[in-house]
Ligand binder design. Structure first.
Ligand SMILES: Cc1ncc(COP(=O)(O)O)c(C=O)c1O
Length: 442
């Protein structure tokens, strides 16, 4: 593990050149290009990234929460698999490693989560859950949450709440999806539950389930008050609704337990997983009980839900390796301890704009507001903070309804000394930004 080493201006000359090349060939609206962003990656190992100008960075986001066990952790398993079989026929002549992976996954899940549908992206896994809900309950209505994020495929997009993503495509978002407020504290819990109960009461004939993130990730690292998931479990049981947990971000140790539902001692009917499990390869999962999944019926040779790359051998070999890693190294316990250390250190940061430090395990957030009395989101400050971090070799992202939360989800092996270094850098950045805000505003 290396501390950042910055050898050029950021972005360096090669990154600037590649940004120009990319602008010519990639559709507009995809990669954000500015004089401060991005750097083009060349190599990664553990928590470190090297760009094409040979600058070394610390990845404090695990590349969208994926590289939990470290960049390159699964590369040997993938290399070995690649020498034998790179592609299979997922639902026709499946690769052996697909079964090995699924068997191992079932071992670590609660007993009644034992039938799996594989896919590639998180969005696909949520769509598998949506379709499963439809075939099992024969109902298409679902409750999702404000600022919840479930992906951007047309099916998943209908669950995702942020207007920024939905608005251009609204014509095709047919639902019925009801977005309820996601409680961030005790006081909001009762209001949220009241609204959910009303939605259920008024839509009994069309509702099939509730989909929820145990901690909202892209929504701004929002940890709901204790008891929220239990209440949702009870409401689903009482009203014959499926409880679908989207643990694409929180799953596989990220919050200090193998799955975030363990914090509340509940078990979902359907569980969506992704990110960490593929070790960097596209792999996602929807898993449910035999009873629920049997609603799909028997395939007659023309599966009604599949895809070309379902059960891809490279992704499954990576997944099998990651599962063995998580278990043998007991990552969740380490993440719990390291996460608490990181959170405590973040609490020592001094800035008049920090509203809250929050999160669980190694899924942490710093919420920035213009004024602690009004709580108006300070999006510009969050963007400047992110840019300043990059200048110093720290890769962080923003999240939240206004992009005003600094999201931290570093690889699990982050050392205490590295955390100390990061905190020093953050404090310096805050001191500089505070001065700039006082002098010029942002
Ligand atoms: C909770 C959650 N669900 C679903 C998704 C969508 O995953 P993907 O981008 O792989 O489609 C994400 C992505 O960030 C996520 O955080």
């Amino acid at each position: 593990m290396f501390l950042p080493q910055i050898k050029t201006a950021i972005p360096g000359p090669q990154s600037l050149l590649y940004a120009q090349k990319l602008a010519l060939i990639e559709s507009s609206g995809i990669t954000y290009l500015s004089d401060k962003f991005p750097v083009f990656w060349q190599k990664a190992n553990g928590i470190n990234i090297w760009d094409i100008d040979d600058n070394c960075f610390l990845d404090l986001n695990s590349a969208f929460g994926v590289a939990g066990p470290g960049h390159g952790n699964a590369s040997e398993a993938v290399r070995e698999q690649a020498l034998n079989l790179i592609h299979g026929m997922g639902d026709v002549h499946p690769p052996k490693v697909k079964v090995d992976f699924m068997e191992k996954l079932i071992e670590i899940l609660p007993a009644n989560l034992n039938k799996i549908i594989l896919s590639c992206n998180g969005s696909d896994a949520c769509e598998s859950a949506l379709k499963t809900m439809q075939v099992y309950t024969k109902k298409s209505g679902i409750i999702a949450f404000e600022y919840g994020y479930h992906g951007l495929g047309y099916g998943a997009l209908d669950l995702t709440h942020k207007p920024h993503f939905r608005k251009p495509f609204e014509q095709r978002l047919s639902g019925p999806t009801f977005h309820a407020p996601y409680p961030s504290c005790e006081e909001e819990l009762a209001k949220s539950l009241k609204i959910i109960k009303e939605i259920i009461e008024n839509n009994k004939n069309i509702l099939g389930g509730i989909i929820v993130e145990p901690i909202q990730g892209r929504g701004g690292v929002i940890v709901p008050p204790k008891g929220f998931l239990k209440e949702l479990r009870n409401l689903c049981d009482k009203n014959d609704l499926l409880l679908i947990l989207d643990e694409i971000y929180t799953g596989f140790g990220r919050t200090g337990k193998m799955f975030a539902f363990e914090h509340e001692n509940i078990i979902p009917d359907l569980l969506c997983l992704g990110k960490t499990i593929g070790g960097g390869l596209p792999l996602s999962i929807c898993v449910g009980s035999s009873e629920i999944m049997s609603a799909w019926g028997k395939s007659n040779g023309e599966a009604i839900h599949t895809s070309t790359f379902l059960g891809n051998p490279l992704a499954c070999a990576a997944g099998l390796h990651i599962l063995n890693e998580l278990q043998s190294k007991n990552w969740p316990a380490l993440i719990d301890e390291r996460g608490q250390y990181f959170k405590d250190k973040l609490q020592t940061l001094k800035s008049p704009f920090i509203k809250e430090i929050r999160g669980k395990g190694l899924m942490l957030g710093i919420e920035l507001v213009k004024d602690l009395n009004t709580n108006e989101p300070f999006t510009d400050l969050a963007n400047h903070f992110t840019e300043e971090c990059l200048q110093r070799g720290l890769i962080v992202l923003t999240s939240g309804k206004a992009g005003h939360v600094i999201s931290l989800s570093p690889p699990f092996m982050i050392q205490k000394e590295t955390i100390d270094f990061v905190i020093e850098q953050f404090q310096e950045i805050f001191i500089n930004l505070n001065k700039t805000v006082q002098k010029f505003g942002i």
